[in-house]
Design a protein. Structure first.
Ligand code: DAK
Length: 270
């Protein structure tokens, strides 16, 4: 989890903090406003892979940026500047692998944005299940100002989040919107006065989710991710498969039995 010599500081770029069932993935490169170099992207993927290996011990993940100024200010422009077309495509593949890892993670992932979430930073946030933000946050896809286009899922996930017309406007202009506008556009689920309130709110959501059957939450996430943007017939078939899979779990038997027996369920995550 270190940068290559000569490209940046050699400190760890991503760290994981644990608080009971809540894990926090901290992107820790504040001098570059947490910009996503290939090493940062790889470190994010490794962090999620390690957390996924813990199964139901992790019931939710918060993704935050260190330093109080930015969640992530985009792909690392310095790293991008030297890429060949082939290396650019390879970098895009790495970005998509990170997004796919987050989407496959079997528990909710909340992007906790406090400051700039631009370009690849907004795309990273969009790969999470929800975006919570402080009032001091800004969102945008400024790639066209650099002669680029979003390369990490922005053309796919931003329209799903805010609708095609606003996504086009944001991508074509590169302009930023503040947290209030992002909330009214449906991009931000919840808005907070400051970072402490943001993190407390996100942890409270994970605690609420953790009261439910881990298996069912994981299945619901899988179906929601599969269904997003696919034709209705394909999406409903994904739901049919997921609904059927719920019947393979002890949690489903327990949840239904508890309801019928008028008691609280005791979920085991199996
Ligand atoms: N990359 C590298 N360094 C960055 C950076 C970035 N994206 N953003 C900021 N920094 C660095 C600055 O260079 C500066 O470093 P020093 O000069 O101190 O060494 C330091 O962070 C502080 O930044 P500023 O001095 O500029 O701070 P300000 O408060 O004045 O401005 C800002 C903050 C966020 C408005 C400004 O830094 C800014 O406009 N940053 C660039 C934002 C941007 O254009 N982001 C989009 C990048 S393009 C792909 C995946 C994704 C993408 C493409 C491909 N693949 C997987 C292939 C997406 C592309 C992008 O994200």
């Amino acid at each position: 989890m270190t940068e290559q010599p000569g490209t940046d500081e050699r400190a760890p770029l991503v760290r994981v903090e644990r608080d009971g069932v809540v894990a926090t993935v901290v992107i820790d490169r504040p001098k570059a406003l947490n910009a996503l170099s290939p090493d940062v992207l790889r470190a994010v993927a490794e962090a999620f892979d390690a957390l996924a290996a813990e199964g139901d011990a992790v019931r939710g993940v918060l993704v935050v940026g260190e330093g109080g100024r930015a969640f992530v200010a985009g792909a690392d422009i310095r790293s991008l500047s030297t890429l060949t077309p082939e290396e650019g495509a390879e970098a895009a593949r790495l970005g998509h692998r990170v997004a796919a890892t987050i989407e496959a993670f079997p528990a909710p992932v909340i992007a906790c944005v406090d400051g700039f979430a631009l370009g690849g930073g907004l795309e990273l946030a969009l790969a999470c299940d929800e975006i919570y933000a402080t009032d001091a946050s800004w969102f945008g896809q400024p790639e066209v100002r650099l002669g680029l286009i979003p390369g990490f899922g922005g053309t796919v996930r931003l329209p799903r989040a805010v609708g095609l017309p606003l996504a086009k406007e944001l991508i074509f202009t590169g302009r930023r919107i503040d947290a209030a506008e992002a909330e009214s556009a449906g991009l931000v689920t919840r808005r907070f006065a400051d970072r402490d309130a943001l993190l407390a709110g996100a942890r409270a959501t994970i605690a609420e989710v953790a009261e439910n059957a881990w298996t069912a939450v994981a299945l619901a996430k899988r179906v929601l991710v599969q269904a997003a943007g696919t034709p209705t017939a394909v999406a409903t078939e994904a739901e049919v498969t997921g609904f059927g899979d719920a019947f393979r779990t002890d949690d489903m038997r327990e949840g239904v039995a508890a309801f019928l027996e008028k008691r609280e369920p005791r979920f085991t995550g199996r």
